[in-house]
Write a protein that binds this ligand. Structure first.
Ligand SMILES: [Zn+2]
Length: 461
């Protein structure tokens, strides 16, 4: 079983060989927790959750360590605290919890480790001290900076040459930087900044820069060299380039053996951004769409390509999932079978080719329907097992067909159940008028009653 992954540094697909198959390591940059995350932020969550599932299937559930950090100290968080007067931990805990709920709603498994930046200040300071000792970092009146020209092969991930950065960068004289490309490792506290955003250091009270947070957390939890580092393409430069610079200059070894980046989510053909005003929050989308529909829509494009995020895409995802759950319902009562189909697995092994994997899932649904048509019990059992195994890899089909058809509102479901019961009682008492009245009432609400050999069931239509 060979997994091939597109490595952003090699700029080609490479066969994936972990350093240690009994301890496969994956790091993905997590959220800066000061507001609700938009749907674009959840593309890496869903993409790398799918990779996590593939790696767990391949190497064993306990053999894969996936770390996704929480950035709970950063300029934007301090700005939010100053604006609202709230304590920083109140802000960060609130939004980290919302983020975790949102990630769970799109069927993302909890990562193995969720390190918080402020629990690792000591480790960050220690890396900065090493960099200073080795001549890669210097202190100024405003903080400590990484001196980019000191690193020989800076820029190999993004392909940017040092001169490009210098030409594009605004020289910030006030910071006392030696080179425009230099970036902050430690930022000294400015007057008026909240107390809970300040830590002591030999350079003076302050806080870490954003890039050093990931370098420290990845090394602490996964090791100096990790197998796979992932994130959105927007993080490739400067964030990931700077993570590489810090980690490799401090540790003297490669930071990550494979770098993976997911493409942008485009809204109506434009990149989603606050300035364009086309930001969509996952939290809002979840009011109208099931998380599994959102996940399906997200996986319908290849992770490296930009994805056009439209209402049509969600509608299509919903109707395809309805069809697949409908097929699953037809084989649901079959015996436990053994999954044998490799279509979805093979597609994922080829650089997470989810569009093909979803086509394979639809093919399996077709096989379930045809087995049910033929009343072939053995084929039905196999089709059921194949669908569920494929769903497990993709983070789909996590509900029973009834749960899917009934939707998530349990109070509403209980009310419908009670009406169906009342109709059963009316039929038993041969009160056909009452039975019809209840059926018509439910039909007007979009609920269809299906009378079967084992009693009446219902579904939303
Ligand atoms: Zn990072």
């Amino acid at each position: 079983m060979t997994i091939r992954l597109y490595d952003s540094v090699a700029r080609e697909k490479r066969v994936f060989h972990p350093q240690d198959p009994s301890r496969v390591t994956l790091y993905v940059c997590g959220p800066t927790v000061y507001n609700r995350a938009h749907i674009g932020n959840f593309r890496p969550v869903i993409v790398f959750d799918t990779l996590f599932r593939l790696l767990r299937f391949t190497y064993g559930e306990d053999a894969v360590i996936y770390a996704r950090n929480v950035t709970d100290i950063e300029d934007k968080i301090i700005a939010a605290a100053l604006e609202t007067g709230e304590a920083i931990t109140d802000i960060t805990h609130k939004y980290a919890a919302i983020y975790a709920d949102d990630a769970a709603a799109v069927n993302a498994l909890p990562p193995t480790v969720v390190p918080w930046a402020t629990d690792h200040i000591e480790e960050m300071i220690s890396i900065i001290e090493t960099l200073e000792r080795k001549g890669y970092a210097y202190a100024t009146d405003t903080g400590v900076f990484f001196n980019v020209p000191q690193m020989e092969n800076y820029g190999r991930l993004s392909g940017r040459k040092l001169e490009d950065n210098q030409a594009g960068a605004r020289v910030d004289v006030d910071l006392g930087k030696r080179d425009p490309a230099d970036f902050a490792l430690w930022k000294l506290a400015k007057p008026g900044e909240p107390e809970d955003a300040i830590w002591d250091s030999k350079w003076g009270p302050g806080r870490p820069g954003w890039h050093i947070e990931c370098s420290a957390m990845a090394a602490k939890h996964l090791g100096k060299t990790i197998d796979i580092h992932g994130g959105g393409i927007d993080l490739q430069f400067p964030h990931h380039e700077n993570e590489i610079a810090q980690s490799e200059c401090a540790h003297g070894e490669e930071m990550a053996r494979y770098w993976m980046h997911n493409g942008f989510l485009d809204m109506a053909g434009e990149k989603m951004s606050k300035s364009l005003g086309n930001v969509v929050l996952l939290n809002d989308l979840l009011k109208d769409w099931d998380g599994e529909v959102i996940r399906f829509a997200m996986l319908s494009g290849h992770y490296r390509a930009p994805l056009d995020w439209t209402g049509d895409l969600l509608e299509q995802a919903k109707s395809t999932l309805n069809r697949i759950y409908g097929a699953l319902r037809r084989v649901w009562e079959a015996e436990d079978g053994t999954a044998s189909d490799r279509g979805v697995l093979k597609a994922l092994q080829d650089d997470l080719n989810t569009p093909i994997a979803l086509a394979e899932l639809s093919r399996l649904a077709g096989e379930a329907n045809s087995a049910a048509d033929r009343k072939d019990e053995t084929a039905m059992a196999t089709a059921r097992a194949d669908l569920l195994a494929a769903g497990q890899l993709l983070g789909l089909l996590t509900r029973t067909p009834s749960e899917w058809e009934h939707g998530a509102d349990s109070d509403e479901n209980a009310r419908i159940d009670a009406l169906v019961e009342a109709r059963n009682a009316a039929r038993a008492a041969k009160d056909w008028a009452e039975a019809d009245r209840i059926r018509d009432q439910l039909a007007s609400e979009g609920v269809e009653i299906m009378d079967g050999a084992t009693g009446a069931t219902w579904r939303r239509v």
